[in-house]
Design a protein around this ligand. Structure first.
Ligand code: SF4
Ligand code: SF4
Length: 330
């Protein structure tokens, strides 16, 4: 992969140029850290990973699937937004987009998701160290998935090219980059302090009583799944107005496997009635079931589901203790 160098003054100029030709979206600190459109690089906050992942930009919280009037259905036009450039995306979130692409594009060809993903460029920001005590991306099998990746070297950036589109972006602004004469090393790609999860294959732990620690504290609130960059449960609702009940919209909304109603079906049967089943389902989908289907764990180790959990349930600690019970007594 080609590598370029850019001093920080030029980096600011680069982002200003990008914001003039496209919608530039980066982490901004408001109430909490989230990805927002920006016009000035000074708005960008890179000290921590964003509290909210990028997911909502592609798999939207609310999506109109079709409108109806009587028996007539109208599907909205799949208009892709104009070019959007996302800057400051961490390795965990880049891989999470890759996993969502596997589901929504490769697997089912979802036109709503595809329209949002089109014309989006992903510019990564490498973590020099784990940005939170809850991160464990180093324990997961993450890959390079970006158009450009920025490695922060204090006074300057090294920039690794990950795609033709990334290369074209640099070519377009070649006056702001210098070709660098070496590749990014594996040591530079390593993220210290991010390898907390000791075992990813947890099939043998399903009946372990150690899960009780998490199950007993779980409120089934769904915060973990809303904050997770890879979770993709959804449900449909038909919305009409009282004045005209023949017309309305079918919408897709984010949902959560942690809610009891998520598996409620006709006849009032609930497939995962017990909190323990729901709690374990989330962890096993992340680490086991997705891997069975797609060959890789869905979880990318961002730690958001732990940081955002109101009772701070740390499933990584729970698994580590189940796997090595002697550690619990030490
Ligand atoms: S955020 Fe915590 S309490 Fe809420 S459903 Fe998830 S694990 Fe349970
Ligand atoms: S399960 Fe938790 S740690 Fe894994 S990707 Fe989702 S939010 Fe991040």
């Amino acid at each position: 992969m080609q590598v370029f160098r850019q001093d920080k003054k030029r980096w600011r100029e680069f982002l200003i140029r990008l914001s003039r030709s496209a919608e530039l979206i980066a982490p901004v600190k408001t109430d909490l850290l989230r990805f927002e459109p920006i016009t000035d690089p000074e708005q960008i906050y890179l000290e921590k990973n964003a509290y909210f992942p990028l997911k909502e930009w592609f798999f939207r919280k609310e999506e109109v699937i079709f409108q109806f009037t009587g028996n007539k259905l109208t599907v909205p036009a799949f208009t892709a937004p104009k070019q959007r450039i996302f800057f400051g995306v961490r390795k965990c979130d880049l891989n999470a987009i890759r996993h969502q692409d596997m589901v929504f594009i490769n697997d089912v060809g979802d036109p709503y998701y595809k329209a949002q993903r089109e014309h989006s460029l992903l510019l990564g920001y490498h973590c020099n160290t784990a940005p939170s005590q809850y991160c464990f991306c180093g324990s997961m099998d993450l890959v390079d998935f970006f158009d450009l990746m920025f490695y922060d070297k204090e006074d300057y950036f090294l920039i690794e090219v990950g795609s033709d589109r990334g290369e074209a972006l640099i070519a377009e602004h070649h006056d702001l980059f210098e070709q660098h004469n070496r590749l990014i090393t594996q040591d530079e790609k390593h993220i210290p302090g991010a390898d907390r999860l000791k075992v990813k294959d947890i099939a043998h732990l399903y009946d372990n009583p150690g899960w009780k620690e998490g199950v007993d504290k779980c409120l089934s609130c769904g915060a973990c799944t809303a904050l997770c960059p890879t979770c993709y449960c959804f449900e449909f609702h038909d919305e009409t107005k009282l004045a005209d009940p023949q017309s309305g919209e079918r919408k897709r909304f984010w949902s959560s496997c942690q809610l009891q109603d998520f598996t409620r079906v006709a006849g009032d049967h609930v497939f995962r009635k017990e909190r323990e089943e729901r709690f374990k389902h989330r962890i096993y989908h992340q680490l086991d079931y997705f891997r069975e289907k797609y060959g890789i764990q869905m979880c990318v180790g961002c730690g958001r589901c732990i940081e955002g959990c109101p009772t701070r349930i740390d499933f990584v600690d729970i698994i580590n203790r189940m796997e090595r019970p002697e550690k619990k007594e030490a």
